[in-house]
Ligand binder design. Structure first.
Ligand SMILES: Cc1cc2nc3c(=O)[nH]c(=O)nc-3n(C[C@H](O)[C@H](O)[C@H](O)COP(=O)(O)O)c2cc1C
Length: 351
């Protein structure tokens, strides 16, 4: 990982050469910068819209496997793996299917499942041991939090106050509220309670990450925004299962897990499209982004930024390649700033 610091200005001025294509003259910078918290006093200005999704920053979610050549300062932001109030061991093995996301991609396999069970060192260790190191990464970092109750979300956000090493929070609402057993992000009311509890104690920008399997994403999105969410991340993984016919056993130790990757992309894309038309905060699209084209698809659907998840686990260089691909594509679209493409899908319903 890089210890170099990089400024928003230097990284956002991504120079492209777009040959004879329509677009800005060769060599002119394309402005890829985005603000994920335009209504927050602090703002959350990123040099470009490419972020690393929580749980996929290196093989352990906290950077394992990244090399010094992988300059995180080139990316918009990274999100280390979600932390909970207390440390968690995680689920029974196997926690992945298939064992190698890289080989499965090469084989044209589109199912990627995981059931990690939020293995993490706990928020206290994250704040005291990990966050000081994040300061050296030279990029924007978001602290991802998950909790058992709205009050515990508030408690954890309060603990994070004044700690250096991250510039915003992301609330992972794909976790159950222990009082009812329901996932926070399956209920507008629980979503609202969790977001309110956090917003009451922090002035950091707060991104709220939603689950995909809800009847109406706009209801949950609106509840989050009314409670003060600065931006929404859509989406987490989709509940899923696979059985090995030879052993008749589920391939995951926890029996069921979450579907990410190719299969999730069209699902999440539709959710981003609908949510972005229902609320007026930035949406961060996540699910199955492996190329610059996939990232652009989300942006056209209404995303202001995107997160790369499973693609990292197939190849830790993915977000850098996707950034380069997106930079070229944006220039080829004949625009000088990415914002011109956000939500630009031509989607009038045909009669
Ligand atoms: C191995 C693995 C671990 C994950 N861990 C977390 C996590 O700790 N917190 C979280 O909010 N999302 C977690 N996710 C979900 C991703 O951040 C992302 O929302 C999801 O995988 C969809 O994106 P993708 O299709 O690009 O992977 C995890 C995903 C994977 C594959």
């Amino acid at each position: 990982m890089s210890r170099k610091s990089s400024t928003t200005e230097s990284a956002s001025a991504a120079h492209v050469t777009n040959g004879a294509q329509a677009g800005p003259p060769v060599g002119l910078p394309v402005d890829l910068s985005v603000d994920l918290a335009p209504k927050n006093k602090r703002h959350l200005r990123l040099a470009n819209p490419i972020m690393i999704a929580s749980g996929t920053l290196g093989y352990d979610g906290y950077g394992r496997g990244l090399t010094p050549e992988m300059d995180l300062g080139r990316l918009g932001a990274v999100i280390p793996k979600t932390v909970t109030r207390l440390p968690r061991e995680g689920n029974l093995e196997p926690r992945w299917y298939p064992e190698s996301f890289r080989r499965s991609l090469e084989a044209g396999e589109s199912i990627m499942l995981n059931s990690i069970g939020l293995a993490n060192p706990g928020v206290e260790s994250a704040l005291s041991d990990l966050a000081p190191k994040w300061q050296e990464w030279g990029t924007t970092i978001l602290l991802s939090l998950s909790a058992d109750s709205p009050a515990q979300f508030g408690e954890m956000a309060a603990m994070s106050r004044g700690v250096l090493g991250f510039q915003a929070l992301e609330l992972n609402l794909s976790c159950p509220n222990i009082e009812s057993g329901a996932l926070f992000s399956h209920s507008g009311q629980l979503t609202s309670q969790a977001v309110s509890a956090v917003k009451a104690v922090t002035d950091l920008p707060v991104l709220v990450k939603l689950a995909p399997n809800v009847p109406d994403i706009t209801e949950i999105a609106m509840a989050a925004v009314e409670a003060g969410a600065d931006a929404l991340t859509i989406s987490n993984t989709l509940p899923a299962m696979k059985i090995d016919l030879k052993t008749r056993k589920p391939v995951l130790g926890a029996v069921t897990g979450g579907l990410s990757g190719e299969g999730l992309r069209p699902v999440s894309l539709a959710l981003v499209y609908h949510a972005s038309r229902a609320v007026d905060v930035p949406i961060i699209g996540v699910g199955g982004i492996f190329t610059g084209e996939h990232a652009l698809e989300y942006i056209l659907a209404g995303a202001t930024a995107v997160q790369i998840g499973s693609a990292n686990l197939a190849d830790l260089w993915s977000p850098f390649r996707i950034l380069d691909e997106l930079t070229s594509l944006v220039a080829q679209e004949g625009v000088s700033s990415l914002g011109e493409l956000t939500g630009a899908v031509e989607s009038e319903v045909r009669a």
